[in-house]
Design a protein around this ligand. Structure first.
Ligand SMILES: NC(=O)C1=CN([C@@H]2O[C@H](COP(=O)(O)OP(=O)(O)OC[C@H]3O[C@@H](n4cnc5c(N)ncnc54)[C@H](O)[C@@H]3O)[C@@H](O)[C@H]2O)C=CC1
Ligand SMILES: O=C([O-])CC(=O)C(=O)O
Length: 314
């Protein structure tokens, strides 16, 4: 009898890619292939070997291979793209667009060739636009092209609310819509702690401060790190999405998904609540929004469209 394990490919072996590989190995979701550019082949192999040697201590048993050869991702079930440059203090995510769009284009071509049946999860920034670039370049169906932003943004919101109320973070279920930029839309009306609407637990002005901190949550960490951006929580967010897909858990999770009429948008990737499962995005959940919420979402969508115009001539 042959036992075939699943294969998960992580493109980009930097901070997020290497951290994600550790989370994936700990979850034993499949064998991990960690790929970076040829110039970084030795460090990539070194990180993979180091991760592999974590197995006996952390009690996981999967293979972890470092490589710069795309043949190694052949047949991957899921590919996560973390390749690209991160921002530095003073930059916005959108400032990365020209460099990263070219990288995503190259990487997507290789994925199309070597892992044509894979589900692709995009992390690289500006992530809403990079998800669109990957969609266009691979030509994969929309359910198999997913961007990560909302799991992370919601985790930040939940953390700040838990700190405010002095409760367990897992008791908080926040809700964030829109693009992964400072215009993102944390929706207080759909946010709860222990089933109680947050509006009943925290005064409006404090809630607004938490919303603002969430919107700028990535920038806060960029400012503190000084040379790069967050990677533990972003990697954990990707690992959770991979787990949901690999185990076909059908969870309601915010994903960057292609909108074809939902929320009034067409041919636009934006963060929305989705059912995530074995086929990737199983469906987009459309919620009723107040006029104020619609206006905030519109502002966020316009910011994403603006960045997309910069991807047209890559
Ligand atoms: N969507 C989100 O929520 C988040 C997105 N990010 C984004 O993820 C990206 C990666 O961040 P980090 O891992 O911290 O950066 P990093 O600089 O530590 O790692 C990036 C890696 O990509 C590799 N790379 C560059 N071009 C490549 C190519 N053509 N093929 C394969 N690998 C290539 C680099 O050699 C490097 O090892 C950034 O764009 C960052 O802004 C980071 C955190 C959260
Ligand atoms: O802030 C950044 O540049 C990285 C990112 O997307 C995040 O941490 O939310």
């Amino acid at each position: 009898m042959t036992f075939r394990k699943s294969k998960i490919a992580v493109i980009g072996a930097g901070h997020t890619g290497a951290t994600l590989s550790l989370f994936l190995a700990q979850k034993e979701l499949g064998d991990v292939v960690l790929l970076d550019i040829p110039e970084a082949e030795n460090p990539t192999k070194g990180k993979a070997l180091d991760l592999l040697q974590t197995g006996p201590i952390e009690k996981f048993n999967v293979s972890i291979k470092g490589t710069s050869n795309y043949e190694d991702i052949a047949g991957a079930n899921i590919v996560i793209i973390t390749a690209g440059i991160p921002r530095k203090p003073g930059m916005s995510r959108d400032d990365l667009v020209t460099t990263n769009a070219k990288i995503i284009q190259q990487v997507s071509r290789q994925i199309k060739h070597y892992a044509p049946n894979s589900i692709v999860l995009i992390l690289s920034n500006p992530v809403d636009a990079m998800t669109y670039v990957c969609y266009k370049e691979t030509g994969f169906p929309k359910n198999r092209i997913i961007g990560q932003s909302g799991v992370l943004d919601t985790a930040r919101f939940n953390t700040f609310v838990a700190q405010e109320l002095q409760i367990a973070p897992e008791d908080v279920s926040g809700f964030v819509l829109g693009g992964h930029g400072d215009e993102m839309v944390p929706l207080i009306r759909y946010s709860y702690a222990g089933g109680i609407p947050l509006e009943k637990l925290i005064p409006q002005d404090r809630l607004q401060q938490i919303v603002e901190r969430t919107r700028k949550g990535g920038g806060e960490i960029v400012g503190l790190l000084g040379n790069g951006s967050a990677y533990y929580a972003p990697a954990a967010a990707c690992a959770q999405m991979v787990e949901i897909i690999m185990k076909d858990q059908r969870k309601i999770i915010p994903s960057i998904a292609l909108l074809e009429g939902e929320y009034g948008y067409h041919e636009l990737f934006l963060g929305v609540p989705t059912i995530l499962g074995g086929n990737g995005i199983e469906s987009v959940i459309e919620l009723h929004l107040t006029n104020e919420e619609k206006a905030a979402l519109h502002q966020s969508a316009e910011a994403v469209k603006q960045v997309l115009t910069l991807c047209q001539n890559i």
